[in-house]
Design a protein around this ligand. Structure first.
Ligand SMILES: Cc1cc2nc3c(=O)[nH]c(=O)nc-3n(C[C@H](O)[C@H](O)[C@H](O)COP(=O)(O)OP(=O)(O)OC[C@H]3O[C@@H](n4cnc5c(N)ncnc54)[C@H](O)[C@@H]3O)c2cc1C
Length: 394
C-alpha cells in the first residue's frame, strides 16, 4: 500500500522519473485494510484495487531476493538484475504466529493477502464451525466477517478483554456485546495453545483445558516487519529498517524504507495512515517538489469500521482519571456512554491537551477529536463538543 501511494504521488509530481516496481504478490496493489470486507462478502477483490499510474514498469509476482548496495543492483526471483539510483523498500510485514512451539491449530489460516482471502473463502464453504485466535483489531474484524458469512465463530483472546492494549475494560465489554449481537461467541482471559480433537471433531485447545470445536481456524497474532532483505544487505535493522526523518536508512542515503517495514524514531507504524503520510513525504522529496519534506511522526487515530460497529482509538486511551504523568501533571477523563446503543466515548486530557481517547459506536465527533489531538494549542475551557455534536460549549 505504501509503495502504491508513493509511486502514484511521485509520478504525479515528476513524470520523468523511471520507476520499476517489483511486487511479490501476483495481484498488483490493493487496499489491504479492506480484506476483511472482501471476506465478509461486502466488496469484490477488484473493488479494493489501488491505482498504479501508466508508464511504471510493474513486475507482479516477482520477489526481490537480494540487494547489492555496492553495485546498486537488486536481484529478483527470476534471476534478473535491476540497477537503481534510489531504492525504496516497502516490503510491509508478515503475520506473526504467537505460539511457535505448539502444533499449529488444524486448518490454520492467516488473513494477510488477497490470496489468503481467497483460500479462506474457499475453506468457509466446507466449514461448519470456526475459531479466530487473537482479539485485536484484525481478530475482531475477521470474526465479524466470518459471522457475516453465517459461519458459527468463536473469538479466543488471551487478554482480559478485547483489544486490551488499546481499550479500557468498559470499551472492551461494549465491543464484546457488539460481537455477541452479531452472533460471535467471545472467550477472553485464556490463550489458545494448540490444536486438539474434541468430541465434535477437530478443535482448538485453550489454556484452561477447554476445547472449542472448529474445522476452520484463523490466527491473527499480530505482524512483524519484513526486514530479511534489508538485514542481509547490511542495513541497520532493529524491529524495522531504521530510518531518519527523511525516511532514508541511517546506513545508506540511497536506500529508503516506508510503511510497516520501517522503524522511525523507535516506532514501527503498522497502520495505513502513517504509511501513506510517509509515502507523501518521500514522493515530495524525491520528485524535487519539496526537498525539505520530513516525516516527524504520526499522531493518528486507529479506526475499525465494520457494518456492525465504528471505533476510533488513539493515544493514551486506557489511562484513567487522576493518573499521574512523569512530570506530575494530572490526567482528566471526560466520558459518556449509552450501553443500550453500544456507544461509549472517552477523551483523556492532560495540561489542557487531548492525549488519548476512544469513540465507540458513534463517530459523529471524530473530526473534532482528531483536530484537537493534532492541535498544538491548548483546548478551550468547554469540552463537551468532543463527545457530542450538541455540546456547543467549545
Ligand atoms: C487484513 C488486514 C486488515 C487491516 N486493517 C487495517 C485497518 O483497518 N486500518 C489500518 O490502519 N491498517 C490496517 N491494516 C494494516 C495495513 O494494511 C498496513 O499498515 C499497510 O498495508 C502497510 O502498508 P505497506 O505498504 O507497508 O505493506 P503492505 O501493504 O503489506 O505491502 C507490502 C508489499 O511488499 C511485497 N513484498 C514483500 N517482500 C517483498 C520482496 N522481497 N520482493 C517483492 N515484494 C515484496 C508484499 O508482497 C506486499 O505486496 C490491516 C492489515 C491486514 C493484513
Amino acid at each position: 500500500m505504501a509503495g502504491a501511494r508513493f509511486v502514484s504521488r511521485l509520478t504525479a509530481l515528476n513524470p520523468d522519473i523511471r520507476i520499476t516496481v517489483l511486487d511479490g504478490e501476483l495481484r498488483p496493489a490493493y487496499n489491504r485494510t479492506l480484506l476483511t470486507g472482501v471476506l465478509a462478502g461486502h466488496h469484490r477483490p477488484e473493488d479494493i484495487a489501488l491505482p498504479l499510474p501508466p508508464g511504471v514498469d510493474l513486475r507482479a509476482g516477482v520477489r526481490v531476493v537480494a540487494v547489492h548496495r555496492a553495485t546498486r543492483t537488486v536481484v529478483d526471483s527470476t534471476g534478473a538484475e535491476h540497477t537503481y539510483d534510489t531504492l525504496v523498500l516497502a516490503t510491509g510485514s508478515r503475520p506473526h504466529h504467537p505460539w511457535p512451539h505448539t502444533r499449529p491449530a488444524s486448518g490454520g489460516h492467516h488473513l494477510h493477502t488477497l490470496a489468503d482471502c481467497r483460500h479462506l473463502t474457499a475453506a468457509c464453504a466446507d466449514a461448519r464451525t470456526s475459531v479466530v485466535i487473537g482479539g485485536g483489531l484484525l481478530g475482531v474484524e475477521t470474526a465479524l466477517a466470518l459471522a457475516a458469512r453465517t459461519l458459527p465463530v468463536t473469538l479466543v483472546h488471551r487478554g482480559p478483554h478485547l483489544l486490551h492494549r488499546r481499550l479500557d475494560p468498559k470499551a472492551g465489554a461494549l465491543l464484546r456485546r457488539v460481537l455477541e449481537d452479531a452472533g460471535v461467541t467471545v472467550r477472553t482471559g485464556t490463550p489458545a495453545s494448540g490444536s486438539a480433537d474434541g468430541p465434535g471433531g477437530p478443535g482448538v485447545l485453550l489454556g484452561n483445558g477447554d476445547v472449542v470445536s472448529a474445522d476452520l481456524v484463523v490466527v491473527t497474532g499480530g505482524t512483524r516487519p519484513r526486514v530479511g532483505l534489508a538485514r542481509a544487505a547490511g542495513l541497520p535493522v532493529r524491529a524495522g529498517v531504521v530510518v531518519d526523518d527523511t525516511l532514508a536508512s541511517v546506513g545508506d542515503p540511497d536506500v529508503y524504507a516506508l510503511g510497516d517495514c520501517a522503524e522511525h524514531r523507535g516506532v514501527v507504524h503498522d497502520t495505513a495512515v502513517p504509511a501513506w503520510q510517509q509515502a507523501e513525504v518521500l514522493a515530495a522529496r524525491l520528485s524535487g517538489h519539496d526537498r525539505h519534506a520530513r516525516f516527524t511522526g504520526a499522531r493518528t487515530l486507529t479506526r475499525l469500521i465494520t457494518k456492525e460497529v465504528d471505533l476510533a482509538v488513539f493515544g493514551e486511551a486506557t489511562t484513567g482519571i487522576g493518573a499521574g504523568a512523569r512530570d506530575g501533571a494530572r490526567t482528566d477523563v471526560l466520558s459518556v456512554s449509552d450501553d443500550r446503543r453500544r456507544v461509549y466515548k472517552k477523551i483523556v486530557t492532560r495540561r489542557d491537551r487531548v492525549v488519548g481517547g476512544i469513540l465507540l459506536g458513534d463517530l459523529s465527533t471524530v473530526d473534532t477529536v482528531r483536530r484537537a489531538y493534532e492541535a498544538t494549542e491548548p483546548l478551550p475551557p468547554g469540552r463537551l463538543h468532543l463527545v457530542s455534536t450538541l455540546g456547543g460549549d467549545g
